[in-house]
Write a protein that binds this ligand. Sequence first.
Ligand SMILES: Nc1nc2c(ncn2[C@@H]2O[C@H](COP(=O)(O)OP(=O)(O)OP(=O)(O)O)[C@@H](O)[C@H]2O)c(=O)[nH]1
Ligand SMILES: [Mg+2]
Length: 485
Amino acid sequence: MQISTFTHGAVDAIRNIGDFASDLVEPTVRLGVTGLARSGKTVFITALVHNLMAGARMPFFDTMAHGRMLRAYLEPQPDDQVPRFDYERHMADLTATPPRWPDSTRRISQLRLAIEYEPQKFWKRQLGYNRLNIDIVDYPGEWLLDLPLLTLDYLHWSHQALKQSRAPSRKVAAKNWHTALAEIDPAAPADETVAQRLADLFKAYLRDARADSHALSTLPPGRFLMPGDLEGSPALTFAPLDAKGETNFPKISLWAMMARRYEAYKTHVVRPFFRDHFARLDRQIVLIDVLAALNGYKPAVADLERAMTEILECFRTGANSLWSSLFAPRIDRIVFAATKADHLHHSNHDRLEAILAALTEDAMGRAHYAGAAVKALALAAIRATREGTARRNGEALPCIVGYPLPGETIGRRYFDGSEAFAIFPGDLPANPETALRRPHAQPDDVRFVGFRPPNPVPLPSSGFAPFPNIRLDRALQALIGDRLK
Ligand SMILES: Nc1nc2c(ncn2[C@@H]2O[C@H](COP(=O)(O)OP(=O)(O)OP(=O)(O)O)[C@@H](O)[C@H]2O)c(=O)[nH]1
Ligand SMILES: [Mg+2]
């Protein structure tokens, strides 16, 4: 174990030296956009690229605010073997009539944005303009859940997966799998048909658990839900088994076969993904859909907190962490963002930030220790609502106005997507602990509906005006502002 860790670390270190050398020629920032499924990664990346290319007004992004931004454009991405981020297609969705959100991401993709800017210092300006590349990877959020698997062996993963599947919120979805499992003797000789059947039932359970409208974070292995290139591959033919207190299984047993496949999944699928796309990050933004969790009931918040803590624990920089033992980390700036802040009136943004801070307190504290600059903010990469005031019983209520997505409901009201509505989403509690630990959502609590994207504004020349947003400029400043001086 020690030896293999060392060997992997050495290989990664050599890669990093290569990156460092190419960085000297062409300064590059590798920006990690991290987040669970549906947290807003693809929308964030698309909005960031479009708003930089379209020269959006960004008062809190120094380079733009001080007029030093010359131009931004997409370049061929550095890794030929990774597909390109389909920026044009996502833009086509967002600027369609009516506009729609991009589809959920099914495979990995990458993009490189080049920024040309005027240096701040007079003497540097005499040498001409500077250029900074920003490399970003987009991937299905489900895959992020595999990161904690790197620290779990098959026995512990099986134990954990079984425990999670027995939770009241998942028991029903797991029924068929549990029934089959009860008849299995893990010490019996390995049998491919049995392995296949258990893997199928386990996958069906994961899918059903995800389909539960209250579930926010899904359960690993991520490729079971979003296989990408591994669709139909035998690499995914394994499932947890019930060890029933036993720890020693014969080499020819079903248990041993499943354990080997689980380890192979980690070695050949999980590890390379994180090594190739996360290990070399310079900066990271962690997107968290806090509002969706608050919209659900208590297990949703607990579920989100658990998933994020597990993931962020792995990302922890500094000595003796999984991250530093696997890869040589160098992330020196981290932004935590509560996404979709346009679901709230701006008077509530501070409260949303306070809830985000409470939710990620541990992880943020640790990252800080390791010398990384950390910032938490409420953000909407694309603002789908505007603010207004509604009158109810003579009282003026701050509300938001937007097009609720077809199928959304509030109370008895059903929305078909064709009309704009003024909605009073409610106030978040002033004390973040109340939001996170309340026993059950009350009927009068905050209630959020999804909105379709705002109507695109075509420009007279060509293309579209930058997307309205909330605090995208602050996020950019915190992430890359210092690299554009
Ligand atoms: N109102 C609003 N909704 C947003 C915003 N960003 C994302 N959304 C909503 O959240 C959904 C998910 O956003 P994506 O960017 O696709 O999320 P993702 O993290 O890429 O998800 P996966 O690809 O499934 O991992 C979108 O379809 C929108 O409904 C935002 O800034 N404002
Ligand atoms: Mg996506």
